[in-house]
Each structure stands twice: as C-alpha cells, then as structure tokens.
Design a protein around this ligand. Structure first.
Ligand SMILES: Nc1ncnc2c1ncn2[C@@H]1O[C@H](COP(=O)(O)OP(=O)(O)OP(=O)(O)O)[C@@H](O)[C@H]1O
Length: 226
C-alpha cells in the first residue's frame, strides 16, 4: 500500500451469494482516520466490513486492505490480513471460562507469539492503553459491560493493527459507557490506527462528529450526512 492508505476500494462490486449487495464501491481510508459507517438494516454494512477482512471476495474493480490485494487474496493469506485489522464485533466476545490475561494470551498464541516475557509485557501494555491494567487477573464476569468491551478493544490492539473495524461496539452499553468507549476509539485513531465503526446509534455520531460513510440503495456514499 502506498503512503498512508490503509483501505482502498475502487469500482468494487460486492455480492452475497448471487445477490449484488453493493455496486461500484469506492472507499479510501488513511492512517489515523476515524470514520462512521451507517445505513439501514440490510443495506450492506456488514458485507462491506467482510470485504475488508477477507470474508467476502470482491468482483470488479480493485481492492486493497492492510497491504493485501483483495482480488488476489488466498485462503492462506486471510489470517495474516486479519492481524493487520483489529476486529471488535458483537459475535467475537471474551471467552468466559478464563481470566482477562488468559483471553489475551489465547489470541497471542494463536497469532504466533511464543516468548512468555513478551506475551506478559504486551498483555499489560494493551490493558494499559484501555485503562484496565489492574484487571489483568479478573474473570470477564467480574467486569462491567463497558470494561469487557475495553478488553475486547485491548485484544484487537495486540498485533498493532493498521485499522480497527468495529461493528456496533456500543450496542449493549448505556449512553455514558458508549461515549467512553467511543472516546477510547477516538484516542486510538489519534495515535495512528484508523478506526471504522458501523453503528445505528445516531446520538453517538452526533457526540463525535467525523466522516460518515453510508450504505444506501446498493451504493456506498463516501462522504455522507446523517
Ligand atoms: N450470507 C449471506 N447470503 C446471502 N445473502 C446475504 C448474506 N449475508 C447478507 N446477505 C444479504 O446481503 C444484504 C446486506 O446484508 P448486510 O448484513 O451486509 O447488511 P447490514 O447493513 O450489515 O445490516 P444490519 O444493520 O442489519 O447488520 C441483505 O440483503 C442480506 O440479506
């Protein structure tokens, strides 16, 4: 990828099975960008995120994410692409049977970390970034919903991703906690990691005005309004 570009889609068509969900998609996200992704249910937000993390193949046009050419992405490349992306999704919650520390270690081992000291250091480092260093030994059920979401963000930061993809990260949280989580994601973007958040929560978008991408009528509008 050239310069600061992290995601670049040009003239891409996105299919789910044989159904054309989005056509002629153009999308450009740079290092440190903080971007909202909106659109009605079924408009294609998840499909667009899936293109970026290599779960839906693209046809037509050109697509790049995290330095990978999405048109040439082989199955063996997908885990490496995903290490460049931090994923914060509702269906990717913490493992409830182990401590915060062990949740983070589990992901590190699965992504090739072997040195025990480095694993411990990185665990504390990412927990520090989300303000939860003191909770390292706790079990997930001992944390509030907002704290658990912070740990999910810490986990997404482990491999120093170029972008965080978050799908409804505040879906289960009260308004104040939602603001704290978005504030944290905003700070993360200011330190250079881009952040793309899909949400239906217009209140939170108004609280943190930033670029809005909208899926509508089979198209992606790159600079939309609420
Ligand atoms: N695996 C699939 N197979 C076939 N069609 C699918 C599949 N996944 C999604 N679709 C269809 O693609 C379209 C876009 O769905 P998508 O999940 O991307 O929307 P969304 O904007 O993320 O919706 P929501 O806000 O409800 O999460 C819908 O018409 C949906 O029915």
């Amino acid at each position: 990828m050239i310069g600061n570009t992290i995601i670049k889609l040009e003239g891409v068509d996105v299919f789910q099975q044989k159904h054309l969900v989005l056509s002629n998609v153009n999308l450009h996200i740079d290092k440190g960008d903080f971007v909202w992704l909106i659109g009605q249910t079924g408009s294609g937000k998840s499909s667009l995120l899936k293109v970026i993390y290599g779960d839906v193949a693209i046809t037509g046009g050109e697509g790049h994410a995290g330095g990978y050419d999405l048109k040439k992405l082989a199955v063996k490349d997908v885990p490496f692409l995903r290490r460049k992306l931090g994923i914060v999704f509702q269906d990717f919650q913490l493992l409830t049977d182990r401590s915060i520390e062990d949740n983070l270690r589990f992901v590190m081992r699965a992504t090739g970390w072997t040195d025990k000291n480095l694993i411990t250091e990185r665990t504390l480092d990412v927990l520090e970034k989300v303000g939860l260093r003191s909770k390292v030994k706790k079990m997930p059920h001992e944390l509030s919903g907002g704290e658990q979401q912070r740990v999910v963000i810490a986990r997404a930061l482990i491999n120093d991703p170029e972008i965080i993809l978050a799908d409804e990260p505040t879906g289960n949280l009260d308004p104040d906690t939602s603001e704290e989580i978005v504030m944290l994601l905003k700070q993360i973007s200011q330190s250079g990691t881009a952040v793309l958040i899909a949400t239906h929560d217009y209140h939170i978008i108004r609280a943190f005005p930033s670029r809005i991408i909208k899926c509508e009528a089979g198209k992606v509008i790159e600079d939309a309004e609420l």
